[in-house]
Design a protein around this ligand. Sequence first.
Ligand code: SIN
Length: 491
Amino acid sequence: MNAPLIIVGAGIAGLCAALAAAPRPVLLLNRSPPVRDGGSDAATALAQGGIAAALAAGDSAEAHVADTLVAGAQHNERSAVEYLCTQGAHAIEWLQAQGVEFDRDAIGALALGREGGHRCARIVHAGGDASGARVLAALTRRVQAARHVRWRSGVEVNALLVRGDAVAGVRVRSLGGREQFLTASAVLLATGGVGGLFAATTNPESAQGRGLALALAAHAPMRDLEFVQFHPTALAVQSGVRLPLLTEALRGAGAVLRDAAGVALMQGVHELADLAPRDIVARCVFAALQSGRGAFLHCEHLGLDWEHAFPTVLAQCHAHGFDPRTQPLPVQPAAHFHMGGIAVDLDGRSSVPGLYAVGEVACNGLHGANRLASNSLLEGVVYGRRVGAHAAKSATDPLRRRTLWIADPGHALEPEALARLRRCVGESLGPLRARQRIDAARHFIGADANLAGSAQGKVALAMLEAAAARRESLGAHHWEVNEAIDATQSA
Ligand code: SIN
């Protein structure tokens, strides 16, 4: 069979999968053009913190597993966590072999930072807080040089081609509007998350659940769609849907969240205070803003070499008229990471033959109900490589592939309708949820044929249904107090 493996998406998971698929020919498809510095519409380019790996003296893969399970509210698939954490050190070595230069300390060892939910310093980083961009740039160069990969950028995959019960290709639309069918030995979705469906996100605005919509159209089962992680410290500026991220590594370096009166927000809330798991900190910041106390990140006392340690944060703050060295920074939670996704096994196989998924669009249960900080780039490397190698071997039985149909997720929303959907999703699927708001949002979308028939609207409805179905608070899915009591009473 000569058809290539088609990989959709060129973030860290898609690029690692493409490299691991050799010698199988790969056709890599993505929307934005690849550029040498790694800039693209992949969320990887915006990742600041780094990559978690148990490298410190006294640390271990077992400790990393335990921290991942605690952050995930023990909702994780343990085998997925164990595979990730035992591969951490190897993933860092492999990235170095691909040309990634991680930051080093004064004696030349890898410099390790600390983030929320980690019991010790465990985060490898590059270019200070430019980790994602540096990793993406190195992997981009490798993939561009790989002879088995043909990279077609500037195209949108807008449907899956299904023969019988197996995915056998994609329909693409070029920037000029020309549509074309492309056949594949298998299709691997690595399209990222859903932050762009929310009114405020740290993701690229284009992260609108495209892969989920494609998989839903092909009747692939989903898992844990209700779990959306909010980053507690997006810079609270009126700059559109995407807000600048203030990396958790700042709190790892000693930054403190306070209300407008100077009271420390996390004191007495959790034993790790500002370094509590992210869902807990996000709810605290959200509650402080809702009650009018305000929420600010104080970095003035850190005494850092900012240009070296946090150049991205510094530049973003300056661009919005703030100086983290001299003034507190106003913060708000923003949609950051989707723990749920297309239900897959550890090899990335969905329940639909020929359809694979990896990275944020997939859910193998790794992150449970709330992802541990800096586990997502590690996931992109570890599972990207595993799933790419596995999908490359996939060959569906041609005898089963008779009737041909097109799994079309629906149209893309125009800006005005998308803004309405974002408001609705932001109000109903935030860090604190109320059943009444979720029901109202389902009704609002369902009653509007344009929203309900769109790819984005279908993903939002699937997430709302998953949230409505979960009775208890768990990890990032948190009912307001009276809702939790109601749910307990009626259980
Ligand atoms: C951050 O740098 O705060 C984000 C890291 C992550 O999402 O794991």
